[in-house]
Ligand binder design. Structure first.
Ligand SMILES: Nc1ncnc2c1ncn2[C@@H]1O[C@H](COP(=O)(O)OP(=O)(O)OP(=O)(O)O)[C@@H](O)[C@H]1O
Ligand SMILES: [Mg+2]
Length: 237
C-alpha cells in the first residue's frame, strides 16, 4: 500500500469539513477524489500533508506520517501541488525548477537534473520557450504547468495534486491529463482532486466521491464513467 488514510477528521471552528474519512491508494494506481465545491477535498489533502489540524492517521509506505512536518513528508518523495500556485514570481522558470530540486541536486546529480529537465520540457514546450522569463510573467496556466514541473523534477514516487486543470485552457487541460498518463507510465502513484469529472475518470484507475465531508461512494473509474446515475447524484451531470 502506498498511502492509507484512517479515520481522518478536520473541523474549522466546530464545523466539520472532513468527517472520519478512510481510503487508500495502492502503488502505481491513479486515484481521483471527486465532489462538489465545499465537499472537503482540499481540506483532506491538506490534512494528509499536515497543514491543518486533524485527527486520525496517515500512513505512507508503512510509515505513520500523521504528525510529521509538511517539509519532511514532501522529502519522502511525495510531490504535492496544492490548489494555490507555488511558483516564485521573481525567479525565472529555470530558477523555479532548480530551487524545487535543490535538496536533491548535488554536483554529482547535476547531469541527472539536466536530463530530467529535458524530459519535462518535452511535455511543457511553453515552459521551455520561457525558461529565462520570470515566473510572474507567465500566464496562470503556464504557472500551473510550472508548479507541476516543480513536482516532477524531483522524480517523486507519489504525486498529489489539487485541481491541476482549474482555470486552464482546453489545450493546457489536455496537457495536464497527458502528464497524468506519463506519470502512470513512469510508475508514479497519483492522487488527484478534480472538477473535470469525465476526463479524470478516463485517466484514473479508481475514484472516491466526497460529499459534505464524507466519502459517499467509491469504485473503478471505468464503472463510474458508465454509470450516469452516480454522476447525476454527486457530480452534476
Ligand atoms: N481555513 C478555513 N476556515 C474555515 N472554514 C474553511 C477553511 N477552509 C475550508 N473551509 C470550509 O470547509 C469546507 C470544505 O472546504 P474545502 O476547501 O476543503 O472544499 P473543496 O472540496 O476543496 O471545495 P472546492 O471544490 O471549491 O475547492 C467548506 O465548507 C469551506 O467553507
Ligand atoms: Mg478545493
Amino acid at each position: 500500500m502506498m498511502l492509507k488514510v484512517e479515520n481522518l477528521s478536520v473541523s474549522y471552528n466546530n464545523a466539520v469539513a472532513v468527517d472520519n474519512i478512510s481510503f487508500e491508494v495502492k502503488k502505481n494506481e491513479a486515484v481521483a477524489i471527486l465532489g462538489a465545491n465545499g465537499a472537503g477535498k482540499t481540506t483532506l489533502l491538506n490534512a494528509i500533508f499536515n497543514t491543518v489540524k486533524k485527527s486520525g492517521k496517515v500512513i505512507y509506505k508503512d510509515r505513520d506520517i500523521s504528525n510529521m512536518h509538511t517539509k519532511d513528508i514532501v522529502s519522502m518523495n511525495i510531490a504535492y501541488v496544492p490548489d494555490k500556485r507555488t511558483v516564485f514570481n521573481d525567479l525565472t522558470v529555470y530558477e523555479n525548477l532548480e530551487i524545487a530540486a535543490k535538496d536533491i541536486i548535488t554536483s554529482k546529480k547535476r547531469r541527472y537534473f539536466m536530463e530530467s529537465l529535458e524530459h519535462i520540457f518535452e511535455r511543457f514546450s511553453n515552459l521551455k520557450e520561457k525558461i529565462a522569463l520570470k515566473a510572474g510573467y507567465l500566464s496562470g496556466g503556464e504557472q500551473q504547468m510550472l508548479s507541476i514541473a516543480q513536482g516532477l523534477i524531483r522524480e517523486p514516487e507519489m504525486f498529489v495534486m489539487d485541481e491541476p486543470t482549474a482555470g486552464l485552457s482546453p489545450k493546457l487541460t489536455k496537457s495536464v491529463f497527458e502528464i497524468v498518463s506519463f506519470m502512470k507510465h513512469k510508475k508514479i502513484t497519483v492522487l488527484m482532486v478534480e472538477q473535470n469529472v469525465n476526463k479524470t475518470l478516463q485517466y484514473t484507475d479508481r475514484a472516491y466521491i466526497m460529499n459534505v465531508g464524507k466519502i459517499v461512494d467509491s469504485g473503478y473509474s471505468e464503472t463510474f464513467l458508465k454509470s450516469k446515475s452516480v454522476k447525476k447524484a454527486y457530480l452534476g451531470g
